[in-house]
Design a protein around this ligand. Structure first.
Ligand code: GUN
Ligand code: ZN
Length: 434
């Protein structure tokens, strides 16, 4: 073992595969008294402490009591410029955008403001155990520079992009097809593949981009390897009608993106609440992903996401907070609301499926499952320490629990930032609650 080898001892749980594919029992691995061994920011091995300890002479071991170590959470859709307008009252999507979102995003023309909010946002992610996110910037390229500078300083694996938006938005917040393309290209050249950072071509949604801009966004998405595409899709019924009116020649909402080559591996569509079977089929066939954003869908009254339908079609699905339409940075709270979204449709959300959605499922949606999502050797050492005694109620509830499934479920229902004792990114502690 090298001198930089470190080990963490606690109960350890990670996903191995999607429970919808392999069944719940085969989907995870659990070590009641486990050991996570890391070196150089990567996972070396995970297993039972009793088996591994004799092989680790002289290695520094950190022990946690009443704690559960899991992979860091992955947020597959969020907006950092909307941090300050989270919990804005009374509107559904289109009025919410005009009333709150656009005026808030205007402030990101100022780099110093952007840097300040990027710092607040990243701190909040880490406080909530989220180590990777797919993030909207604002239309201003300096907003994305500010975000990547802050993420780079913490050595986080982050994906972000400048919003493309050249119509149906206030003048102060629009670019042009040419300037949006050129600014995005400049950001890609500077940041994509630098350290653990990745770039996402980010048309806001079909209504705010002209056909010319969507065509250039599609060209850009095809131009560089491993680039992401990040947008919104079928979130709200009024929005869907608007897309039909704006693009009458297309078969439907997804077909607009499809036509402009904004679909395929690493294309991530937020929401997808009102998708038809043909759209689900097309998403699956192209390897595209959908971000399920339960707190946002409930807050904006957008509708109930049909997880089982997307599962049946084999679509990659991750979990998103969608802050600031989402009401929490906590993926535990996203899972709490996801459970209720399923209940309202007469369906269940198994706690191990929840774990998968927040970790390996997100990694799979982002094509980062070779680097993130569980504790297989060689992956990034991004992990969280969850506290079974975070609050008096959680502590008492855990005492009643007799199975791991029960504990995990109660943690997703009752937990939030208070349940995150410590967060590690690339093997380094980046948040400590106490
Ligand atoms: N659709 C277009 N822009 C947005 C946004 O900022 N938030 C959400 N939830 N949906 C959108
Ligand atoms: Zn969004």
């Amino acid at each position: 073992m090298s001198t930089t080898t470190l080990a963490y001892r606690a109960a350890i749980l990670h996903s191995l595969a999607d429970p919808a594919v392999v069944g719940v029992e085969q989907s995870y691995e659990y070590f009641e008294d486990g050991l996570l061994v890391i070196d150089g920011g990567q996972i070396v091995q995970v297993g039972n402490a009793a088996d591994l300890l004799p092989t680790l002479k002289g290695v520094d071991i950190t022990e946690y009591r009443d704690a559960l170590i899991t992979p860091g959470f992955i947020d597959t859709h969020t907006h950092y410029p909307q941090t300050g307008m989270i919990a804005s009252y009374g509107e559904q999507l289109l009025d919410w955008l005009n009333t709150y979102t656009f005026p808030t995003e205007q402030q990101f023309a100022d780099k110093a403001h952007a840097a300040n909010v990027a710092g607040i946002f990243l701190k909040e992610l880490l406080r909530n155990g989220t180590t990777t996110a797919l993030v909207f910037g604002s239309v201003h390229k300096q907003s994305v520079n500010a975000f990547f500078e802050a993420a780079e300083a913490l050595n986080l694996r982050m994906i972000a992009g400048k919003v493309l938006m050249d119509r149906n938005a206030p003048d102060y917040l629009t670019d042009t097809p040419e300037s949006g393309y050129a600014d995005s290209k400049e950001l890609i050249e500077r940041w994509h593949g630098k350290g653990r950072l990745h770039y996402a071509v980010t048309p806001r949604f079909a209504p705010t981009s002209s056909p010319e801009q969507l065509a250039l966004a599609g060209k850009l998405f095809q131009e560089y390897p491993d680039l992401y595409m990040h947008t919104h899709l079928s979130e709200n019924r009024q929005e869907i009608e608007w897309v039909k009116a704006l693009f009458p020649e297309r078969k439907g909402y997804l077909d607009v993106y499809d036509h402009y080559q904004l679909i395929g591996a690493r294309a991530v569509f937020a929401h997808g609440v009102h998708l038809c079977d043909a759209e689900c089929q097309r998403l699956a066939a192209t390897g595209s992903a959908v971000a399920f954003c339960p707190t946002s869908n409930l807050f904006l009254g957008s509708g109930l996401f049909d997880l089982n339908k997307l599962e049946e079609h084999g679509v990659r699905v991750g979990l998103g907070t969608d802050v600031g339409a989402g009401t929490s940075f906590s993926q535990l709270q996203s899972l709490n609301e996801a459970y209720k979204v399923m209940q309202l449709q007469g369906k269940k959300l198994d706690p191990f499926k929840s774990l998968y959605l927040a970790t390996l499922g997100g990694a799979n949606a982002l094509y980062l499952d070779d680097k993130l999502g569980n504790f297989l050797p060689g992956k990034d050492a991004d992990f969280v320490v969850l506290d079974y005694t975070a609050t008096p109620l959680i502590s008492y509830r855990m005492q009643q629990a007799t199975t791991l499934a029960e504990k995990l479920f109660a943690l997703t229902m009752l937990g939030d930032d208070r349940a995150i004792k410590e967060t590690f990114a690339a093997g380094v502690s980046v948040h400590r609650r106490d």
